[in-house]
Design a protein around this ligand. Structure first.
Ligand code: FPP
Length: 229
């Protein structure tokens, strides 16, 4: 969800106004994806590197997360959405952790779309966490080294419950992954748009999905093999 800061600066507003506008778009896109019956939507709200931003912006974002969870939770629950937070959560304030727990617990038994909110998230950190959990299980005899497969690693990531992502979308004009979902994106189709996140909408999402649907996903096979199957 890149481009909030630039969107605000272009309008002579503080960066916080961009995040506020970005939140509104996030709400619309979550609803849009739920209507499209998408299995899982994962949004990058705060990276493990974002702590380096000015203290004022970091605290604004933390307050925005608390307020957003409080104001959106009932609607998300009504829409049968399962909310999960992925990332190193222990660094957050007690207040935010409480909201995170409330949202996760309240929606845990829902059966609709997974909404994964990545906060203090880094793809490398996620892999280190998975590997460390696996190592601990090998050490206590719960797991044998020869049992470790790609599936084992997936099961120890923070997205263990979700299907692999089909489509990655980055707004804001940059064409990089920025430490996002490194393990999960192995076969994901990538889409980049210059649109700044606060200007993104359901119409553009539909058009990206339409383009995605026309792509041939070969997963290592030849085009002929894919057509034949
Ligand atoms: C990146 O744009 C955006 C962020 C770091 C914050 C994203 C957060 C939201 C959209 C709020 C969503 C809240 C919830 C709870 C899901 P940037 O600031 O890096 O933009 P720039 O590259 O133009 O500076």
């Amino acid at each position: 969800m890149d481009g909030n800061g630039r969107w605000a600066q272009q309008r002579g507003k503080p960066r916080s106004a961009g995040h506020q506008a970005g939140l509104k778009v996030t709400r619309d896109i979550v609803e849009h994806c739920a209507r499209l019956q998408i299995d899982a939507l994962t949004v990058y709200a705060f990276s493990s590197e974002n702590w380096q931003r000015p203290e004022k912006e970091v605290s604004f974002l933390m307050e925005l997360f608390v307020k957003a969870i409080r104001s959106e939770l009932n609607k998300l629950h009504e829409n049968n959405i399962r909310v999960q937070f992925i990332g190193e959560l222990s660094r957050f304030s007690e207040g935010l952790l409480k909201e995170i727990k409330t949202a996760t617990d309240k929606t845990a038994n829902n059966t609709g779309m997974f909404l994964n909110i990545a906060v203090n998230y880094g793809g490398r950190g996620e892999l280190v966490s998975a590997m460390s959990d696996i190592a601990a299980k090998v050490k206590n005899g719960e797991l044998d080294v020869t049992d470790i497969t790609e599936k084992t690693l997936t099961e120890h990531t923070w997205l263990a419950q979700c299907p692999e992502p089909d489509l990655f979308i980055r707004t804001g004009g940059e064409q990089r992954l920025s430490n996002y979902l490194l393990w999960h994106l192995a076969y994901t189709e990538l889409a980049f748009t210059d649109t700044l996140w606060p200007d993104f909408d359901g119409t553009e999402l539909d058009s990206i999905i339409q383009n995605f649907s026309s792509r041939q996903r070969r997963f290592g096979q030849t085009g002929e093999q894919v057509k034949a199957s």
